[in-house]
Design a protein around this ligand. Sequence first.
Ligand code: ADP
Ligand code: MG
Length: 289
Amino acid sequence: ATPTAIITAMGKGAEMGILIKDAESLEKGVKIDTIILDKTGTITEGSPKVSEFVEMGNCTKLDRQVIYSLEKKSEHPLADAIADYLSAEEMAIQDFRSMTGHGVQGVAENQIYKVGNLKWIKTSETILHPELEKKSQNALEEGFIVVFASKNNQILGFFKIADLIKETSKEAIAILKKMDIEVHMLTGDQEKTASMVAKAVGVAHYQAEMLPEHKSKYIKKLQSQGKKVGMVGDGINDSEALSVADLSIAIGHGTDIAMDIAEITLVHSDLIDIPKALNLTKKSIKIIH
Ligand code: ADP
Ligand code: MG
């Protein structure tokens, strides 16, 4: 590897908003034949907006204030969306817990509140009113992300949240496939939302309802089949997966942790820069040999 070729490639990358950590990252990039994409914040904008809070009649102003306060404590993009929508006055929460890939919970006025996915919220004592269940199913069919809230295991309602697919995601995935790169999507989100997004952007391999450790296991499995895996994520729940991948690529607007780990950072958060980055590594190595 000639230092000149490395410096040229890194300089060209930097001009395009593709930050390459070091020479080793360039060499790793050449071998990649599989790309794993996180959904939220990677394929999608990751700045979701609440369209509606569909409540049961039992949700009080205080309940909404507690939900707001819980989400204020979470760094999840869905939490920001919910807090923005409710914009109440923050109140004290006891026993706050953030359950990665599930949601958040805490105690206020001696009641246990949870906000997150239904699978996690639902217990044996939870009653899901058929009408509310129908409405949430419809919202999922329409492509919304659905997040439930509960008090003492009783459903208060659900948030209908929209997270737009980035304009260039579909094209970027098509380019990667043309380069003979297998593309997979992994998400902690539920099956229905995952399948809608995967279909919309042309990803055949996807897996929903994945916890962070599932994502890294999935990568290890592909690696055991001889695949060289590049993982692209925004770092919210992705750091474990990024660190096991053969090449880690962080989305620019993501968390600092992701950018610390990442061998390549895409400053513009645009998936079109993935094929560009891979081409850049190939070119630099060609010059080198
Ligand atoms: P992704 O892999 O698509 O980035 P995550 O693993 O970050 O998704 O989140 C998975 C799911 O967990 C979300 O779709 C949501 O249902 C739930 N969730 C996680 N954190 C929160 C939170 N703070 N508030 C509401 N829901 C949450
Ligand atoms: Mg994410």
